[in-house]
Design a protein around this ligand. Sequence first.
Ligand code: 13P
Length: 256
Amino acid sequence: MRNRLVLGNWKLNGGLTQNSVLLAQLASKIIFNQGRKEQACGVCVPYAYLSQVQTLLTNTSIHWGSQDVSRFESGAYSGEVSASMVAEFGSRFALVGHSERRAIFGDTDEFVAQKFGAAQRAGLMPVLCVGETLEERAASKTGEVVVRQLNAVIAAYGVAALQGAVLAYEPVWAIGTGKTATPAEAESVHQYLRRYVANAESAGSVKVADTLPILYGGSVKKSNAAELFAMPNIDGGLIGGASLVADEFLGIWASL
Ligand code: 13P
């Protein structure tokens, strides 16, 4: 049985008042019961709000985390926030390698792998984001790109490092554009990634491919979540814009 998750990525959005309104709406409705034990819900917030989110979500069924971590532990790196600092606020997750970090802030595959390692060492669950651009898809390079991004982590830490981690497939062309990959398009990439992990581990003793949650992200809404989540290799979603609207996020959670 694989864990299934719905994670919100607030990106560069929020404010103390609006966060508390949104979180109160979510926390009053997202309540785990026996039947949903293997499911989890979380929000990845700007660093500045980790303390507020910890206060508001402790003793609720919603976890929280950051949208990035530094690849460094400490030292003269002005502006950086380390994984252990994120963990100090009770965080469960950290996104690494989001396409916006890669495209706008220069995160290379190697930097992302280092961030993955930093998150894991701090006790956070790394959520490794991979995905191709429209040009790469048009050139039939989707598989090559997502495997290159995943492989940077496997090369650095071995396939066993994926145990306790989460993978998120987010086609760049579907992020914030309203264009969602069809369930079949997303499923075929998820299946490809899971097979790649299975092949990578066959030489060793670790078996993570079957238990690795692979989330889909890119214009997920309450109106399309159920058909995406129904696919056998889609284990939940990483939600951007719709995670800021309580009714949308709750509808997506209900579709899990
Ligand atoms: P949207 O849901 O706004 O397309 O964003 C997806 C995303 O980037 C989540 O990390």
